[in-house]
Design a binder for this molecule. Structure first.
Ligand code: ZN
Length: 393
């Protein structure tokens, strides 16, 4: 739960009824019509036909709207200062994306106050909430020294329990000629300072960032410090990161744009989720990952925004769903699954991304008769009401 949220701690029950189409993501029968949901406190208590719904303290008439689980955005970089609109404009005028602009944001982030960073991240979380996101993962990675990584994670932890230490985002400017010393810093004092505020550790395994050996060293150190693993990999080029993620038991391999057949086989035979981030391809005008090929091979796929000021400054999960359908070959139901239950898998959570008794009462009423409109009506504000932890936001 986000620390900024109102909490339904008093055990109040709420009946959401007259739901035209309810997508639960629970088992084979994932869609119900003329349904109702009863929320008790911050959990779902009952789901069934509206005509059989029990009484509750409060009643929300969905008016025939579609209801879906709240989106799970399992990949976001929200603790930063400044923006890179000029870089975006230059890229759209023909310059290519290399990841080097991350250092611009590092300089701005280091110069910002705690209050400025907290307010900016909080604004983005609120922006996500208005678009139906009820769980967000937040990474560090714009501090890149011990104190600034620690404070980035402290701020992230005030907003979500799903916090990720990304000291290995890029090698900062002051270590460019001695990257191995930077890896020693990340795996030593920086990890020790970050670990109390982080659930996860992540590495940008990519040409120009960290190679396979460095990635292995950083992830191994993180695991020894009690953190669970995620990897940014195969975004710009094919590389060893997917195989490493699978070998080391990472929860998620993120981007997965340039994959070999062996990478796909390894993912399909593992519990590692492929988290696809089409906002990055959109914003860097790059080829999209082949989600169809992954799903057909049996890989578990998640969708997330990668919200960050450089390569994907969108906070909109509905936009990512639309891209996955239009550009990546997913059926609308597959894209919605990836944006809810898939994201939950990538965070190793079974209490979110699904609507069933006992799950968190995170649900979204759409201004539409069916979830199909998320992809069918791109760019349209379809989020009518968001219940988070049982409370209308
Ligand atoms: Zn990212």
């Amino acid at each position: 739960m986000l620390a900024t949220d109102k909490a339904n701690s008093g055990g109040m029950s709420v009946l959401v009824t007259n739901i035209g189409e309810l997508t639960t993501q629970d088992g084979e029968v994932g869609t119900l019509h003329d349904a109702a949901v009863v929320v008790n406190g911050d959990r779902i208590a009952w789901i069934g036909p509206a005509a059989q719904a029990p009484a509750a303290d409060e009643r929300i008439d969905a008016g025939g709207r579609a209801v879906i689980p709240g989106f799970v955005d399992s990949h976001a970089h929200l603790v930063f200062a400044g923006d890179r609109a000029a870089e975006f404009a230059a890229r759209m005028a023909g310059e290519s994306y290399t990841g080097g602009g991350i250092r611009t944001t590092v300089a701005a982030t280091r110069a910002a106050s705690d209050d400025e960073l907290t307010a900016a991240a909080g604004r983005l979380v609120a922006e996500m909430r208005r678009q139906g996101t009820t769980t967000v993962e937040i990474k560090s990675g714009y501090g890149l020294n011990v104190d600034d990584e620690k404070r980035s994670l402290r701020i992230a932890r005030s907003l979500t329990p799903e916090t990720t230490f990304l000291g290995a985002h890029v090698v900062p400017a002051e270590y460019l000629d001695r990257p191995d010393e930077y890896v020693a810093l990340v795996t030593g004092p920086m990890l020790a300072a970050a670990a109390p505020y982080a659930r996860w550790i992540d590495v940008f395994c990519e040409r120009g960032a960290f190679d396979g050996d460095q990635t292995r060293a950083i992830l191994t150190a993180g695991a020894e410090a009690g953190l669970e693993l995620r990897v940014h990999t195969n975004q710009l080029t094919a590389g060893p990161g997917v195989q490493l993620a699978v070998e080391l038991g990472a929860a998620s391999a993120d981007h997965c744009t340039h994959l070999s057949d062996a990478d796909i086989d390894a993912l399909a035979a593992s519990d590692t989720v492929a988290t696809l981030l089409p906002g990055a391809e959109f914003s860097t005008r790059s080829p999209y990952p082949d989600a169809r090929r992954l799903v057909d091979a049996g890989v578990t796929v998640a969708l997330a925004t990668d919200c960050n000021p450089g390569s994907s400054y969108t906070s909109s999960m509905p936009f990512c769903v639309a891209l996955a359908v239009r550009e990546m070959g997913l059926a609308p139901a597959e894209a919605l699954w990836a944006a809810t239950a898939g994201g939950a898998r990538s965070l190793r959570r079974d209490d979110i991304g699904v609507l069933r008794p006992g799950a968190r009462a995170d649900l979204v009423l759409l201004d539409a008769p069916t979830f199909l409109h998320l992809a069918y009506r791109p760019g349209v504000p379809l989020i009518h009401t968001v219940l988070h932890n049982g409370v209308p936001q």
